[in-house]
Design a protein around this ligand. Structure first.
Ligand code: NAD
Length: 462
């Protein structure tokens, strides 16, 4: 039994401990801020090395690398540096006199981040920024297929970070599977649906939260009134950016039949305008990541009538920007995520049929629409998908204020900006009650009149 004096001592010690714990938590915010500053330095001081690595992995031009990998990641870091104090800070919650409460964000602890090869810089370093801002220690496993970028990231992280804060392990699926066996507090995975389900299973075994950023087939719907040069340019740019190896690229186009011919002609003109008569010579047109993906895509070229493109060169892993008209619905082109520079164009006549076709499809990351028909826009925006974009492709992903992620087969969880902090941390509730008054009503033995009093003062319970 603790005497009154001991009770006071205990209370003082508890107070001291809670101050110490809070200082430790605040220190983790400071550590997160310093880690973000170091990450920004790592990127800005080695920009040209990243340009070379991405050119070697994917034949990416420096402008494309800057826009889609470096700028997006730097914008994320700047946003987090600006807002992390407020987002991570404790929030006092007013309940009622006699009660004190606040809610604070706390880091999960050890976070495993696994990234794919198609945007090997952004998809590794952007989630890393969010995890660090929230105060976590991170283990990064980049893709073995984008080996030049992955190696560079591993070397630079070793130079700029203490290995207890950030550690990079290079390796293939086997290395990844070994890593998965370890104890983690959170797993962030970007990649295929097949591996995503392995990750989700492991997270469930560990009883930890996870985020899956997966892929799928993003449809792009065009009505006749919207077929024009701008629509064609935006679709062509979005599809053939990074040689089509983008998770949110328009996977296939569904165009109103009466305007299909015009759209194909406009897109043909745009391919020439963006990449010239011979895209194999264009400095701004990328290459396929490796032989396996090249063979997979080459096989897809047999799925229908080629309207534009179709040329390939295995030696340079080149596949020409290609448009295929009305491929069979059961062809691999229409059954699997394309993830390359091949764009099927399918025609539709009846809005009702179009919508029932789309509703049956697995939920994509994004539904794109180039439409003027308001009723159609409303129906398309109501489909189950991670995002809906009208008259634009890809660029929503680069908006730091917009959460990014999928739903259903395209994944779960969100990141980017505020959503990164929210996803990589958990909310802790602190609750304290004055000892001055104690409402007897709360305790047994209960009486009949308590019920009516409780009903009357329900809002003030407990
Ligand atoms: P992938 O699933 O093959 O590989 C992703 C990561 O998982 C790699 O680091 C790989 O080494 C690792 N891995 C491989 N085998 C594993 C195993 N058995 N256990 C654990 N990890 C393993 O995906 P990918 O081919 O690199 O990327 C393409 C896919 O990623 C496409 O489906 C694309 O749509 C999707 N993607 C999604 C997003 C998004 O933000 N939603 C972004 C880019 C790519």
């Amino acid at each position: 039994m603790i005497s009154n004096d001991n009770g006071a001592l205990q209370a003082e010690r508890d107070k001291w401990r809670s101050i110490q714990a809070r200082q430790k938590e605040q220190a983790s915010t400071t550590a997160g801020r310093q880690a973000l500053i170091r990450l920004k330095q790592l990127i800005t001081e080695n920009e040209s090395a990243f340009f070379s690595a991405l050119r070697s992995d994917l034949g990416k031009s420096s402008v494309e690398t800057y826009a889609s990998e470096i700028a997006v990641t730097l914008n994320e870091i700047d946003y987090l540096l600006r807002h992390m104090g407020k987002l991570m800070g404790d929030r006092r919650i007013f309940l009622r006199p006699g009660l004190k409460a606040y809610v604070g964000r706390r880091p999960y602890g050890s976070v495993l981040i696994m990234s794919p090869w198609n945007y090997p810089f952004q998809l590794a370093l952007l989630p890393l920024a969010g995890a660090l801002a929230a105060g976590n220690n991170c283990f990064l496993k980049p893709s073995e297929l984008s080996s030049a970028t992955s190696r560079l990231i591993a070397q630079l992280v070793g130079k700029y970070f203490d290995s207890e804060q950030v550690c990079v392990v290079e390796g293939d699926g086997q290395t990844a599977a070994e890593l998965l066996k370890l104890d983690w507090d959170f797993i962030f995975f970007t990649g295929s649906e097949r591996i995503g389900s392995i990750i989700a299973k492991r997270a469930a075994e560990l009883g930890i939260p996870s985020i899956l950023e997966l892929g799928g087939k993003c449809p792009c719907i065009v009505d006749a009134a919207s077929v024009n040069e701008i629509t064609a340019r935006r679709i062509v740019w979005g599809k053939f950016f990074n040689a089509g190896q983008t998770c949110v690229a328009p996977d296939y186009v569904l165009v109103e039949k009466s305007a299909a011919g015009k759209l194909i002609e406009e897109m043909k003109a745009q391919v020439v305008s963006l990449y010239g008569e011979n895209p194999s010579q264009a400095a701004d047109y990328g290459r396929i990541i490796g032989n396996n993906h090249f063979s997979r895509l080459k096989q897809m070229l047999n799925s229908g009538t080629i309207a534009i493109g179709g040329k390939t060169d295995q030696n340079t892993l080149y596949i020409e920007p290609t448009i295929i008209l009305n491929p069979e619905e059961n062809s691999i082109l229409m059954q699997e995520e394309i993830f390359g520079p091949i764009l099927p164009v399918i025609t539709w006549e009846d809005k009702g049929h179009l919508l029932s076709y789309l509703v049956k499809k697995p939920s994509p990351l994004t539904v794109y629409a180039f439409c003027r028909d308001q009723e159609l826009i409303h129906s398309l925006s109501s489909l189950r998908s991670g995002a809906f974009c009208l008259n634009a492709v890809l660029e929503h992903v680069a908006q730091v204020k917009l959460p990014f992620g999928g739903v259903g087969s395209s994944g779960y969880g969100r990141y980017h900006g505020r959503a990164s902090i929210e996803s990589f941390s958990w909310q802790k509730t602190y609750y304290s009650k004055s000892q001055k008054n104690d409402i007897r009503l709360m305790y047994p033995p209960y009486q009949e009149k308590h019920l009516s009093l409780m009903r009357r003062f329900r809002k003030w319970l407990p």
